[in-house]
Design a protein around this ligand. Sequence first.
Ligand SMILES: Nc1ncnc2c1ncn2[C@@H]1O[C@H](COP(=O)(O)OP(=O)(O)O[C@H]2O[C@H](CO)[C@@H](O)[C@H](O)[C@H]2O)[C@@H](O)[C@H]1O
Length: 467
Amino acid sequence: MKIMHVSAECYPIAKVGGLADVVGALPKYQNQLGATSNVVMPLYDNAFTRKHEFNSVYESQISLGNDEITYSVLKLAKSVLDFEVYFIDIKGLLFKDYVYSADDTDRFLAFQIATLDWILTLSDKPEFIHCHDHHTGLIPFMTQECYKYETLNKIPIITTIHNAQYQGWMTYDHLFKIPEFNIEKIGLLDWNGVINPLASAIKCAWRITTVSPSYMEELKSEANGLESLLSQESAKAIGILNGIDSGVWNPETDNYIVENYKISTVEKGKKSNKKWLCSEFNLDESKPLFAFIGRLVGEKGAELLPEVFSKVLETNDVSILLLGSGFKDTEAKLLALKAKYEGSYNTFIGYDEKLSHIIYAGADFLLMPSRVEPCGLNQMYSLRYGTVPVVRSIGGLKDTIIDIEDNGFGICHDSVTIDDIVTAIKKASNFYNNKLAFKKNRKRIMSIDHSWEVSANAYINLYKSIN
Ligand SMILES: Nc1ncnc2c1ncn2[C@@H]1O[C@H](COP(=O)(O)OP(=O)(O)O[C@H]2O[C@H](CO)[C@@H](O)[C@H](O)[C@H]2O)[C@@H](O)[C@H]1O
């Protein structure tokens, strides 16, 4: 079975969020199941590409409207991953020092066209093309409707929605950049009067998946405008829970963390990591340490955090550490709190992979007060590192975390309000003080298995079900 994943991100090559983690792990686990699964992605100007050498396997030109653009398909000179990655290199357009920015429309249009043009030339074509999010959302339409890709129209296209909030909207000024098709089919691109790549993918892909079963259900009533479309197409849609790469996210072997540990040494291991964090960020290690890691955006409930933290720190004996970036206003408010709560609160604005691993290892609790959470990986990483997730029960969080009061192992709250989040933190704090139960729970959560094996197989079965 030959599968080609098409994605804007892939760990460890280029990561903005959870999409990279999934695309960096799923092909590896599919290969372990006997498939030949690889990835095609843009070549960016980043630390990974500067550190590695590439060979060109194909060179040609695409038309993007009136422009003729030269592109190359590159491969790593020496394979460093457990799957093959093909890079679409377009100088001046894709090859930038960022993944996403204001010029995404042309960049990802060019990426999709170059990818399909190149696949057309392959003698050994993929049997399934697996697209991820709206950056690849026009591929199902183009293979189905564009004349030049007619020979690809028997290849099943699967689209996975990692986040339906972002849809890649573009105005009709861009229509002429899409390779020629029967204009009567224009409705397959349209949603509410604009070209909507995610909506188009939902209409045209052979199968739609979301990254958790609950998120699939929730999208039917809340999908940033796509509710009715998702309900209409629900017969070809399924939710498959993400896994985690247990090779990368393993406290026993993780090279990033201060001291490695396993279930039998969890108390000592976590203590060393917490000590390092508390000394680095001037926090009191005798108090329970609550952490937040993620994009500071509305979906994650991030703009409530400054007020939540103030309320909690006024009356509770806790330490809080935040790692993230996003809304400038939220960043400024979070930074401003530092002076007031010196010694029990700190925040690191930015992206730092190594620090995120140490936080999963050293924190006692991980906060995820998400408004929307298609799956969420942070809670699964934190379980593996013996850190108790404090989550809002939604999407994948609902599918993976059970509250301690329901014989579970995490702390859950129902709504995203300041009061609800503060109450959940207080409940977590009380749980921390019940030392025996807390320690027992750490061992319990570390043994929960969320590795990719099961989900990678679910995708293989999905491909097989297409005929
Ligand atoms: N400042 C920072 N420094 C270092 N690391 C940081 C960081 N901010 C975030 N990360 C890392 O980025 C990843 C975030 O993954 P999530 O799945 O939680 O969220 P995201 O919303 O990006 O993904 C979307 O896609 C994924 C994958 O399908 C879904 O799980 C999710 O619900 C959906 O919103 C984790 O590996 C986390 O450690």
